[in-house]
Design a protein around this ligand. Structure first.
Ligand SMILES: C[S@@+](CC[C@H](N)C(=O)[O-])C[C@H]1O[C@@H](n2cnc3c(N)ncnc32)[C@H](O)[C@@H]1O
Length: 269
């Protein structure tokens, strides 16, 4: 999410006059620090503090409230409404779908507010990641492994690929799998109330806007236009990046064309 804060989030929030923000999933606070560069905001952060003690880091900053814990345990304890919510916590269907359901059920996003999501594109748009698999009910947890993800391949790779240090669903796609799938499933019930558009770059940034009460339809149209333009260049950049990443990965693993094993296929997106 950090990548998107100065490029999109802070500018967007300024355009709409957003002041009260909630960030779900902060890790070391990289995006948090950038959010705090904006003038006059108040920020609530929900994070289990697996990577850093955020309570200690922000103990002297009165603009921040840290809620230490998992989103689905902490969201029900929140009160008031937020102009903007950023979701970049546990990147799996169960968590994101239920975060959205709770946010809506408790009326935490004010009319005209926006939810930003990181990782609506590859690799987690259509594939679950589990930071703590035990916290996901069995019925909603796909088979997973600490193996790498290769662009264009559903199966994980036991030899290379990306993000092999975390628990990734073994297969990509299908029902109830991935961040974007969770948002789409949520919208099945609430489609008329929201607009969704996505920046297809750097793992994808989803922008979900509550139409009712939006301050300026012109400003929203401007951002949708900027997103469309961004995607022309972002799509091109991603195609090149995935191609070179796959080729580099295959070379690193010592792949030759003679090996028919799908593990060794060089995928050209
Ligand atoms: C991708 S990192 C966040 C990066 C951060 N947004 C940034 O841009 O610097 C995801 C973080 O979410 C946190 N996390 C994992 N499961 C969570 C959950 N269920 N609720 C809230 N946060 C969670 C973990 O602490 C993890 O470091």
């Amino acid at each position: 999410m950090k990548y998107w804060i100065n490029k999109v989030v802070n500018r967007y929030c300024k355009d709409f006059g957003y002041k009260s923000l909630c960030e779900i999933g902060a890790s070391l606070g990289g995006a948090t620090d950038k959010l705090l560069e904006a003038h006059g905001i108040e920020l609530t952060v929900i994070d289990p503090c697996l990577d850093a003690d955020l309570c200690a880091k922000y103990s002297t900053d009165k603009r921040i409230t840290i809620c230490r814990g998992l989103s689905l345990a902490m969201i029900p304890k929140l009160s008031g409404t937020f102009d903007c919510i950023l979701i970049d916590g546990d990147h799996n269907w169960y968590t994101v779908f239920n975060e959205l359901t709770e946010i809506e059920g408790r009326g935490l996003l004010r009319n005209g507010g926006t939810i930003f999501f990181h990782d609506v594109g590859w690799p987690y748009g259509r594939r679950d990641l589990y930071y703590q698999p035990d916290t996901i009910p069995d019925a909603f947890r796909h088979a997973y492994a600490r193996n790498g993800i290769v662009y264009g391949r559903s199966e994980l790779s036991s030899n290379g690929g990306q993000n092999s240090e975390v628990c990734n669903a073994k297969m990509e796609g299908g029902e109830k799998n991935g961040v974007l799938t969770a948002i789409e499933d949520f919208l099945e019930r609430a489609r008329d109330e929201y607009v969704l558009f996505c920046f297809n770059d750097e793992c994808g940034l989803g922008v979900l806007v509550r139409k009712n009460g939006i301050k300026s339809r012109m400003t929203l149209a401007k951002w949708r236009f900027l997103c469309a333009i961004w995607n022309i260049f972002g799509g091109f950049k991603n195609a090149i990046k995935h191609r070179f990443t796959n080729v580099y990965d295959a070379i690193r693993r010592g792949v030759t064309k003679a090996e028919p094993n799908p593990e060794n296929t060089i995928l050209i997106p």
